[in-house]
Ligand binder design. Structure first.
Ligand SMILES: Cc1cc2nc3c(=O)[nH]c(=O)nc-3n(C[C@H](O)[C@H](O)[C@H](O)COP(=O)(O)OP(=O)(O)OC[C@H]3O[C@@H](n4cnc5c(N)ncnc54)[C@H](O)[C@@H]3O)c2cc1C
Length: 410
């Protein structure tokens, strides 16, 4: 396609900064019941579950809530509905258009998929919280004080007996497991956000854009989110993200990218709880990490609520949450297997394969299973109940002890 209409603009557009600067950022200290580090999907989901518990909850992020978009913001519509976040929806899709170099195929989805506005969704989540929020960069752990966990930030040290790391793949509050790109099990993704509209949710499986991974175009009413994700962390996606935007005759503006975990990590470490990308909750193959961040964040929030309301102690909460997390390991492992398989399919077979797998029966079966990895439910996930249900399924495949070994052996 012609690239003439494209405006070459490879500079990052600096977003309007709402985050406190200079004098506004006074020293920060204090003891809280719960300290939640990270105010995106996972962190805000935890905080919302604690609303009304009477606990003193502090949420920290280096940016104001909703200030920095962290994804293309695509999610199964039902997840928006059951979490009361429909107001943030921008566009809804009942089909997915998949392109390969040897043909395209439209998959009719058994459930719809939506794009949403990041800022609005975060603000909706925050509206349901009664926590305090401060902007601060979390540096790591400080020396514990009076049995509480101490967290060092660029504004001072804060303490709490219950601490959540929802800071993303860096897992800042872990004891250090040497996870560094490009050697760690991380994918990489980059997208541009040009103005424009389209009716189609589109995916490209095309080695012209990425040898192992896919390209996407997620329309969100008056904006498109066009990007490329590579399962191989060594493959630089900037050039091909620009190529895809150019092929679609769209502007290359407003860049957003990050590393994306594709392997589970431990749910707890040294008394700290991990949720979202910090726990590797992003799904391999699709790199869908929003609903899982909400899902595990809600489950964790409920466990912590049990502690602040005196129904269990921190150790019991840690055990329940870790069991819940572990019970999902086999699902993540299956997704990773498929992720590793896709790049091995010879390109000439991709087109026929995509058409073959597009039969109504197969799409309903596979997408049904996929949604059930982290299913939407008005009651939300419950670490206790869900663990039982998942455990039965997982046990049929292999004993839980073995699953734990796998997670810890990473
Ligand atoms: C290009 C791209 C597109 C994607 N598109 C989708 C998609 O359409 N749908 C989907 O489901 N998933 C998508 N993902 C994956 C998804 O973005 C993540 O899985 C999801 O954001 C994880 O949520 P989280 O709350 O764990 O972490 P994040 O959303 O990454 O939030 C981490 C928070 O911690 C803060 N933070 C980080 N470090 C510090 C620090 N040191 N101090 C203070 N604050 C800090 C950040 O400011 C941020 O607010 C995409 C990822 C990428 C890279």
């Amino acid at each position: 396609m012609a690239a003439n209409n494209c405006r070459v603009d490879t500079l990052h557009v600096v977003p309007i900064r709402a985050t406190k600067r200079g004098d506004e950022r006074g020293p920060l200290s204090g003891e809280y019941d719960v300290l939640i580090c990270g105010a995106s999907f996972a962190g805000l989901a935890v905080a919302r579950e604690l609303a009304g518990s009477g606990a003193s909850v502090m949420v920290l992020d280096r940016y104001e809530i909703g200030e920095r978009q962290t994804s293309a913001c695509g999610i199964p519509t039902e997840w928006l509905r059951t979490t009361g976040l429909m107001e943030a929806e921008r566009q809804r899709f009942d089909s997915l258009l998949i392109h390969t170099p040897h043909g395209s195929k439209r998959y009719r989805l058994p459930w719809s998929f939506s794009t949403f506005d990041y800022r609005e969704l975060c603000q909706l989540l925050w509206r349901g919280c009664d926590a305090r929020f401060e902007t601060a960069k979390v540096n790591g752990r400080a020396t514990p004080r009076d049995g509480a966990i101490a967290i060092d930030t660029d504004r001072g040290v804060l303490t709490a007996p219950l601490v959540v790391d929802a800071l993303g793949w860096r897992r800042v509050l872990a004891s250090g497991d040497g996870y560094q790109p490009p050697d760690a099990p991380l994918s990489r993704g980059l997208e541009v956000h040009p103005d424009g509209s389209s009716e189609d949710l589109e995916i490209w499986i095309d080695r012209r854009y990425v040898p192992a991974g896919y390209g996407w175009s997620f329309p969100a009413r008056d904006e498109l989110r066009i990007g490329v994700g590579s399962f191989d962390p060594r493959f630089h996606v900037r050039e091909t993200t620009e190529l895809l935007a150019e092929d679609l005759e769209r502007d290359r503006v407003r860049y957003q990218g990050n590393w994306i975990p594709h392997k589970l990590r431990r749910a707890t470490d040294g008394g700290v709880f991990f949720a979202g990308d910090s726990a590797g909750h992003c799904l391999p193959l699709t790199a869908e990490g929003i609903r899982t961040a909400l899902y595990f964040g809600i489950a964790l929030g409920r466990e912590l609520r049990g502690v602040v309301e005196g129904r269990q102690d921190r150790e019991a909460a840690a055990t329940h949450y870790a069991e819940f997390h572990d019970a999902h390991e086999w699902k993540f492992r299956w997704m990773l297997r498929v992720q590793k398989l896709v790049p091995r399919v010879p390109p000439r077979l991709l087109g026929p394969m995509i058409r073959l797998l597009g039969s109504k029966r197969f799409v309903e079966w596979s997408f049904g299973h996929y949604l059930r990895i982290a299913p939407p439910s008005p009651e939300g996930p419950s670490a206790h109940d869900q663990h039982g249900a998942d455990k039965q399924q997982a046990d049929a495949e292999q004993p839980l002890g073995r699953q734990r070994d796998l997670v810890e052996a990473e």
